[in-house]
Ligand binder design. Structure first.
Ligand SMILES: *Cc1c(COP(=O)(O)O)cnc(C)c1O
Length: 217
């Protein structure tokens, strides 16, 4: 299937999910996740009207960003080492994966401001990135003082589940944690297989790769 057909299906799914819970689809930002996707396919998605794109590896993303329209709002969604964070702030407008104070201090030393989300390890998974829910209050307080990062809300990558419905309690919990971020409005949650559930639970940003560009193989 073409990207155009895939996009139509994704937009239908978003519309139906919003319909079912009385939300306006305009409240949900579709981030097209383009890891492993080549520039020509990203350009195709751009030409179809998409403006938000997400990448999870800095090295892979930089040449793509340099070769594509500066109208794109780039979202960094991967694990972010402190030594690369300044560069990320230069190229990305939103960083979804803040999980340490040192990341913010590095950005404060540089010249670029970004919107940020705190990544939460909502499933308490040993191998996963993110702040544990129990440590979130403290962390949120500690990042308020950054003068280059505006923390807008929370992000999570839910545990791998066979059935999207099983993610509902996790997404609900993330929404309930949002007030720890003063003035926080953004909830980045939901991927190709489960974004309807995320939307029903309040997602403002969904991160969709496979459903738009096909399997990464
Ligand atoms: C790859 C990735 C996605 C997209 O996953 P799909 O299942 O392909 O939609 C979303 N979020 C993060 C953090 C990712 O790394």
């Amino acid at each position: 299937m073409s990207i155009q057909q895939n996009l139509r299906l994704v937009q239908d799914r978003i519309a139906r999910a919003c319909d079912g819970c009385g939300r306006d689809p305009a409240e949900v930002t579709l981030i097209a996740v383009t890891k492993t996707v080549g520039v020509e396919h990203i350009q195709e998605a751009f030409d179809l009207g998409l403006r938000h794109f997400g990448e999870s590896k800095l090295q892979e993303a930089l040449p793509k960003i340099e070769n594509l329209s500066n109208e794109i709002c780039w979202h960094f969604i991967g694990k972010l080492q402190s030594n690369k964070v300044k560069k990320a702030a230069e190229y990305f407008r939103v960083i979804h994966s803040f999980e340490s104070e040192s990341q913010l201090r590095e950005i404060d030393k540089g010249a670029f401001a970004v919107d940020g989300l705190i990544e939460v390890n909502i499933g308490l998974e040993r191998q996963k990135s993110g702040i544990l829910p129990g440590g979130l209050d403290n962390f949120a307080q500690s990042v308020l003082t950054s003068n280059r990062v505006r923390i807008r809300g929370l992000m999570t990558v839910g545990p791998a589940m066979r059935d999207a419905e099983l993610l509902r309690p996790y997404y609900k919990q993330l929404r309930e944690l949002l007030p720890v971020v003063p003035g926080g409005r953004w909830l980045s949650m939901g991927m190709s297989s489960d974004f309807e559930v995320a939307i029903q639970e309040g997602a403002t940003h969904i991160r969709v790769g496979t459903a738009l560009f096909g399997s990464r193989g």
